[in-house]
Design a protein around this ligand. Sequence first.
Ligand code: 3PG
Length: 211
Amino acid sequence: MPVGIFEELGRHRIVPVVVLDDAGQAAPLASALVEGGLPVAEVTFRTAAAADAIRVIAARGDVLVGAGTVLTAEQVDAAVAAGAGYIVSPGLSRAVVERCAHHGVPALPGAVTATEVQAALELGCSTLKFFPAGTSGGPAAIRALAAPFGQVRFVPTGGVGAANLADYLSIPVVVAVGGSWMVPRAAIASGDWATIRDLTRAAVAAAAAAV
Ligand code: 3PG
């Protein structure tokens, strides 16, 4: 399974988790992220616009775009057809992971317990979304899991923001953090791309300061 994309995520250190109600929002959103210095997006399959939005962003060629909230093999097919470079799930699904392997696209499934981590390893996944991070033990839980699972890398997401991203990024096994704090739905809805650009810039600066 290709893993280079996770190294790229690791270079950016932050994965914006995006919910778009309208694929027309994809182009200006992507521009705001790029201008903010973070050419990365996890576009969630929580809306019907997800596949078209991924298609628009992937066509730019300068954004590391993945699909988030992918729950079924059919959504994997749709995301890959749209150009998603990686597939994120909130939990661990054999069907999703196997469909990703079929397409040769990296899977980033969720896992927060030792049993889930072990199951993910059995499916060939060693970079995992730690979700929901804040209510699953936070940084202390990741440090505890890193002891028996030295080969596993985590992308904590859920409850991560400007105030606590350094707590996560300072853990050696944390590749990157994910979150929506730089892409608030209200700003997307009102087309306030300048706010998204500025929040993104601040997030990038905070991540740089945390390393
Ligand atoms: C996700 O799906 O990754 C989360 O909804 C992002 O969590 P956050 O909104 O707390 O950043």
